[in-house]
Design a protein around this ligand. Structure first.
Ligand code: UT7
Length: 331
């Protein structure tokens, strides 16, 4: 008999239909398929329709999840949404999704941890379940990055895509057991990834709009330098706490921001390519949604089997970073 642990019972994801290829982008800005593939690993990305929002993408992922489990939305008592591209500053995207899926008994809030949002969300969910404050949590990471991207800026517009991933978290004996967690932040680097205007510091004015300050700005080269180091450090803390060596990892599921960052990380951990999950080629960087989307694809393709050790790791705006170690208990 297993003890009850906090588990991810199931996963789901939703990607919008429209595909934007590198060739499409090369007709919009001065770039090329060759530059994008070699510098980032991205071949194409999905872009939400005009009337699809972060709440819509997230609700679609949630509905797929509930259908998969034949689960009544009235049985959910908390909805946590991670997003850096909310429908509104207020209300939360979680509240919109609560309504869209009919989860009337659920409390709902958003967390802001940019690309690390899913790992931050897992830690929040685990703490709520362990404390008894909630028993059935819907965690959704959803991003309509395309709404915050300047499609005339080649430095950013080639990098991002839209999408959502969702999972149901409860105490149980079956699922992906949330074993170890490590989170960190360094506000000193808050200027490296930001959407400068639209908040209380620079409310929307004609000038902020004219200066394109409502679009995402990123100092890519600087972020790159921090990314590998922060994720490696965070992974090592988790592995040490779990008394697990890197060889025991079956899947590294890293945030999908750049294939070169992922390759460098895998090299530092001496992980062969067959242990590293990659979806950046098809979906690009969907911020906090990259990890749950990738996790869902692996689950869907039955590439995760009983006793597999999974390592989820991310770095993003804030800067924030974090790692979660999961163990599959599927039989
Ligand atoms: O998700 C949150 C975390 N985010 C990240 O982890 C992102 C981390 N950073 C990166 O992935 C990379 O730094 C980028 C992909 C953003 C950029 O790659 P890079 O190798 O650091 O390129 P760079 O910014 O140093 O630019 C090199 C050159 C520049 O030209 P010059 O100044 O050398 O003449 C850029 O203007 O490449 C140029 N460039 C492009 N050329 C063609 C930048 N973007 C493009 C483009 N097409 N799309």
């Amino acid at each position: 008999m297993h003890n009850l642990s906090v588990v991810i019972r199931a996963t789901a994801s939703y990607l919008p239909e429209k595909i934007l290829t590198n060739d499409d982008l090369s007709r919009m800005v001065d770039t090329s398929d060759e530059w994008i593939v070699t510098r980032t690993g991205i071949k194409e990305r999905k872009i939400a329709a005009e009337d699809e929002y972060s709440s819509t993408l997230g609700a679609n992922a949630a509905k797929k999840l509930l259908a998969k489990l034949d689960f009544d939305p009235m049985g959910i008592d908390l909805i946590i949404v991670s997003t850096m591209t909310p429908d509104y500053i207020c209300p939360s995207t979680a509240a919109l999704i609560q309504h869209a899926i009919g989860a009337k008994n659920a409390a709902a809030f958003d967390i802001a941890a940019a690309c690390s949002g899913f790992v931050y969300g897992l830690s929040t969910a685990k703490a709520y379940v362990e404390s008894g404050l909630a028993s059935t949590i819907l965690l959704i990471s959803t991003e309509k990055n395309s709404a915050f991207i300047d499609f005339t800026d080649r430095n950013t517009c080639v990098l991002f895509g839209d999408g959502a991933g969702a999972c149901l978290i409860q105490k149980g004996v079956q699922g992906l057991v949330i074993k170890e967690l490590n989170l960190g932040a360094s506000g000193e680097e808050s200027g490296l990834i930001m959407i400068p205007a639209g908040g209380c510091r620079f409310p929307a004015t004609n000038a902020t709009v004219a200066n394109k300050q409502h679009f995402l700005q990123m100092q890519g080269k600087e972020v790159f330098k921090h990314a590998v180091r922060r994720m490696e450090e965070s992974i090592n803390v988790c592995l040490k706490a779990a008394h697990i060596s890197p060889e025991a990892i079956r899947w590294l599921i890293p945030h999908q921001a750049n294939i070169r960052i992922i390759d460098a990380l895998a090299k530092r951990l001496s992980l062969p390519p067959e242990k590293v999950a990659i979806t950046i080629d098809r979906f690009a960087n969907t911020s906090s949604a990259t990890i749950p989307i990738t996790l869902d694809l692996l689950m869907d393709q039955k590439k995760i089997v009983d006793k597999d050790i999974l390592l989820l790791t991310a770095v993003g705006g804030g800067l924030t970073w974090g790692t979660v170690l999961l163990e599959a208990r599927l039989s």
